[in-house]
Write a protein that binds this ligand. Structure first.
Ligand SMILES: Nc1ncnc2c1ncn2[C@@H]1O[C@H](COP(=O)(O)OP(=O)(O)OP(=O)(O)O)[C@@H](O)[C@H]1O
Ligand SMILES: O=C(O)C1=C[C@@H](O)[C@@H](O)[C@H](O)C1
Ligand SMILES: [Mg+2]
Length: 177
């Protein structure tokens, strides 16, 4: 059984939706950010602060490389996983890629709730979100299925993914940028 891999910008709901989806499908769930935190014993924000983003991206790449051996698993990635093409090739080889998106306002609201996101820890969060989102937009489009989650609950998003898979949508070709 293929993995189901959730990609998308911070706050689009990869972790929340992934956990629910795994429960609904009775399949294992892995959150890549959580896995890195467990393996290093450090919070993501501490890794950024102590060792910098480049080091975090290496840890993320190593984690993805190990996860690509998994099957049948729901994988919620970190928002920046798309920055390395090798990550996406590995993930695509063993899974269906589902991209979650949302409006900038929604992202701003959701990322202000809880959880430390070092890349958004700055004076003008709105400007940073808009800039990062624009930079990465094309990368998030390279998926088998793209869902705008702005007006949907995580339950509804999970349900939509289940219908997509049940109807074999992933077998019909991919969205491209
Ligand atoms: N569809 C949704 N509707 C309303 N709130 C949501 C939805 N999806 C997620 N949220 C809320 O938004 C916040 C961020 O969600 P979550 O952590 O799942 O995002 P993420 O994509 O995993 O972000 P990151 O890339 O930073 O890990 C949480 O408070 C979560 O409860
Ligand atoms: O979008 C990003 O670059 C990130 C998203 C988070 O999930 C974490 O992986 C980290 O904060 C970096
Ligand atoms: Mg997450």
């Amino acid at each position: 059984m293929k993995n189901i891999v959730l990609i998308g910008f911070m706050g689009t709901g990869k972790t929340s939706t992934g956990r629910l989806l795994a429960g609904r499908l009775n399949r294992p769930f892995i959150d890549v950010d959580k896995k890195i935190e467990q393996e290093t014993g450090l919070a993501i924000s501490d890794i950024f602060q102590l060792y910098g983003e480049t080091h975090f991206r290496q840890l993320e790449r190593d984690a993805i490389s190990r996860l690509a051996r998994y099957t049948n698993t729901i994988i919620a990635t970190g928002g920046g996983v798309v920055l390395k093409q090798e990550n996406m090739i590995r993930l695509k080889n063993t899974g269906v890629i589902v991209s979650l998106t949302a409006s900038l306002d929604t992202i701003l609201e959701r990322t202000s709730r809880r959880g430390v996101r070092p890349l958004l820890d700055c004076e003008d969060r709105a400007e940073r979100v808009a800039w990062l989102f624009k930079e990465r937009a094309c990368l998030y489009m390279k998926a088998d299925y793209i869902i705008d989650t702005s007006c949907m609950s995580p339950h509804q998003v999970a349900e939509k993914i289940i219908v997509f898979l049940r109807e074999g949508g992933h077998l019909r070709g991919r969205s491209q940028c």
